[in-house]
Design a protein around this ligand. Structure first.
Ligand SMILES: Cc1cc2nc3c(=O)[nH]c(=O)nc-3n(C[C@H](O)[C@H](O)[C@H](O)COP(=O)(O)O)c2cc1C
Length: 185
């Protein structure tokens, strides 16, 4: 084994996060990593929206309104949960896929590449001493939220990366390979 392999095998998500969030230099490295992923025809089918501390409340308001739009009967506790959900990290990076018409690269391949970018960003954050977790849920498919984030018609939320510094006990990692995950043909 070597240090790179150890790093890959130890990587894990952090649902409990606190300050500090990555600074501008760290975010820059994370972005560069995100643009070093496999990308058929070099379409660069991804972009990012960073939402830092002072804007998390505004995002929470958008999440709450989106919930009310989806479910006007939502209870006060459901609304509060939606409103407070961005505060689970000091920074959220929204990973947005940008789908371009291309004769050789279908939309699905572009979404896969954008997903690789999300993972690369998490890996880079972890390599820099931060941590994060990839979340989606109803918010990632909600047109009201997409509009509030100024997303275009050809864009989709790949995930909300909650990023900061890990708190809490490290979890045990399941390193066993799933039964039947490799077949020789
Ligand atoms: C596309 C995608 C969407 C996800 N959405 C959520 C989510 O909304 N909420 C959540 O708790 N975990 C979500 N996860 C799972 C976590 O990111 C994480 O992988 C999981 O908690 C397992 O932890 P680990 O990465 O340390 O193995 C999602 C993962 C992926 C790939």
């Amino acid at each position: 084994m070597n240090a790179h392999i150890d790093f890959l095998l130890e990587r894990n998500s952090a649902p409990r996060l606190t300050e500090p969030a990555p600074d501008a230099n760290a975010l820059n490295v994370m972005l560069k990593s995100a643009f070093r992923v496999p990308d058929h025809a070099g379409l660069r089918p991804v972009r990012f929206i960073s939402i830092e501390n002072h804007r998390l409340g505004a995002l929470g308001d958008v999440f709450e309104q989106a919930l009310i739009n989806r479910n006007p009967e939502a209870s006060e506790s459901q609304r509060e949960r939606a409103r407070k959900s961005p505060f689970r990290a000091p920074m959220i990076v929204v990973v947005v896929s940008k789908i371009t018409e291309h004769p050789k690269v279908p939309a699905e391949e572009q979404r896969l590449s954008a997903g690789c970018s999300a993972y690369a960003m998490l890996l880079a954050a972890e390599a820099l001493g931060y941590a994060g977790i990839w979340r989606t849920g109803d918010a990632s498919r909600d047109p009201f939220i997409a509009k509030a984030l100024d997303m275009k018609e050809n864009e989709e939320v790949v995930g909300f990366l909650y990023i900061g510094t890990r708190t809490g006990e490290p979890k045990g990692l399941d390193k066993k390979l799933p039964e039947g995950c490799l077949n020789c043909w």
